[in-house]
Ligand binder design. Sequence first.
Ligand code: UTP
Length: 475
Amino acid sequence: MPSLQDRYRKTKERLNTFGQSHVLAFWDSLDDSRRENLLAQCETLPLEILNQEIANSSASHAKSDPSTDDIQPVSVVCAQSLDALKYRSIGEEMVRSGRVACFTVAGGQGTRLGWNGPKGTFPATPLLHKSLFQVFAESILAARRRWRGNIPWYLMTSPLNHQSTQDFFREHDWFKLGEKSVRFFAQGTLPSLSLDGKILLAAPDSIALNPDGHGGAIRALAASGSLAEMRREGVDTLSYFQVDNPLVKAVDPLFLGLHAAHPESSGEVSSKVVAKRDPSEKVGVFCRRDNRTVVLEYSDLPLRLAEATHPDGALMHSAGSIAIHAFSRAFLERLADDGQGLPLHRALKKVASIDMHSGVLVEPVAPNAIKMEAFIFDAVPMAIRSMVYETRRNEEFAPIKNADGEDSAATSQRAQSERAARWFEACGIEVPRDEEGGECAATIELSPLTALDASELAQCANLPRSIAVGAKIVL
Ligand code: UTP
């Protein structure tokens, strides 16, 4: 076992090589346990990768923007044009035979929402204020009952919220899913950098770390042994979704069946999209580039292309990403074995950090740091072929990203209630509306345990005959 001093010398040398020796600036003022803490962090720093990223970033400043001439529209599979019954029954059989696991990425910091705790603990539903985690749990429990499958649930946390996420599930008795079938693992982290590429400190004995993005999932799924566990248990397909969308169908047999058997799918990764609201909507867009399907961040799609239309006036690049995918386990294993990891993207953020002269923690007023993150959708072009399936926004996508305004709890709760209202109407129940086809004039909260879709709702025994203006209905 090398001594603290030996480890210190080795670490200092390594940091020196990469121009990051300031990380040890407060060494002399630390006691042994804090020294130990700092060394442990330094020893796992991927300095070679960071160095490469810093070099790339200065090179890309010097370069002009890459050409966008080769960006083409993606072909999209639509519900209207397919034999839904066939694919749904393929998907149901996959679930029944234990081949499907749910996978939620829940390691983000949720800074825009500003909620004190893991984002999945945020009260999301309109009347009972159930947490996002509870909504997904009920959805999975309902799917287990309906299609009689095991459906384990994997959740990726980060070292910053791992314990509090697990505690929340324990406090809620794993929402009746069974402790053993809810499986947590933490993603990796990367240091936040100053604008000139220096690692920032969060305290004299600790580096300012941020989770390495939802794209860190591939490495973390492998490193945690989750992929191996799935293999042992016969799980070959992952139903992937984010922690902030309470309208998601955690298990969607139609989508799973399409992923497994549609001619446009290689069975490696498939994605759901919705039609973009307008050219300027800030969502990633699926396109074709170099004969591959790719997702471009909204900021990378030039306005000229974002606004381009077909002769019938429809947007040419309208396949908006809603971060719902199906992955084959084998595809993720291949990417993990390859060891490359997904490319890192840089974002300018505000990060509290230690002033290197005074040793005092400074809360910045303006963005002062670069955070690096990998994005899961960068896996899409690595597939042989990947299917893009268009679904309806109002049925499946109402994320809670912001404290107010667009994509907030208020807009999501309205969308949840509206979807329930449409399902009631599909069952022949009159729902009050502000005007013909206008907003629902009642609030309805429907648990996934009551119904996963309108056809299941129709079979419920205790449905009201009609709903009064201003009513609050929980079912
Ligand atoms: P967002 O891009 O919305 O980021 O994450 P965020 O961290 O939740 O929120 P902001 O940007 O700080 O406001 C989309 C999904 O990816 C997960 C999030 O938990 C969310 O489900 N995610 C994000 C991770 O699991 N790890 C990460 O490092 C980043």
